[in-house]
Design a protein around this ligand. Structure first.
Ligand code: SME
Length: 160
């Protein structure tokens, strides 16, 4: 394993520990979602834009995020976020310019990961989207940890 991968694993492990202390302080889902974003964005290397899009009917509407101003709504069926919703799974894009229909909210974005966010019944209600200004910034380590981290949002959740 490369030094970079080891560093990434250590960071995610620390972030998860921090979140498992912080998130139980509230059962409010939006507050928990915002805390996850703040911690990820400031602690992970290369996260240019970190945030959510909520699935609202036939629209994806932006939620809490950190980074440059982003598109408020994503045209239906187009881009990486919609692909994650339609395939109902995590998608990693090494080079966003080669992804058909990619929606560029910021021209600095080069690679991207989109992870489904599910309620306590397993239903997708949002996606976590992270953009990087580096090509191939995301791999299976990010996918596994981000999936684990977004699961923490819906644990002990009272409101939906
Ligand atoms: N690139 C995304 C749009 C959202 S922004 O990156 C913040 C997409 O193709 O769905």
């Amino acid at each position: 394993m490369t030094d970079n991968s080891q560093k990434k694993l250590r960071r995610y492990a620390r972030i998860s520990e921090q979140l498992s202390d912080l998130l139980p302080e509230t059962d409010d889902r939006l507050a928990r979602m915002a805390s996850v974003i703040a911690i990820l964005h400031h602690k992970m290397d290369g996260f240019l834009w970190t945030g959510y899009y909520f699935l609202r009917g036939d629209k994806l509407v932006v939620g809490p995020y950190q980074g440059p101003v982003a598109c408020q709504e994503l045209a239906q069926g187009k881009g990486v976020c919609w692909a994650a919703v339609m395939r109902n799974r995590t998608i990693i894009v090494d080079d966003v310019h080669s992804f058909p229909g990619h929606i560029a909210c910021d021209s600095r974005s080069k690679s991207e990961i989109v992870v489904p966010v599910r309620d306590d019944k397993g239903k997708l209600f949002a996606v976590l989207d992270v953009d990087s200004a580096r090509y191939s910034n995301f791999d299976d380590i990010d996918a596994a940890w981000l999936e684990k981290i977004v699961k923490m949002i819906s644990i002990r959740m009272k409101y939906s």
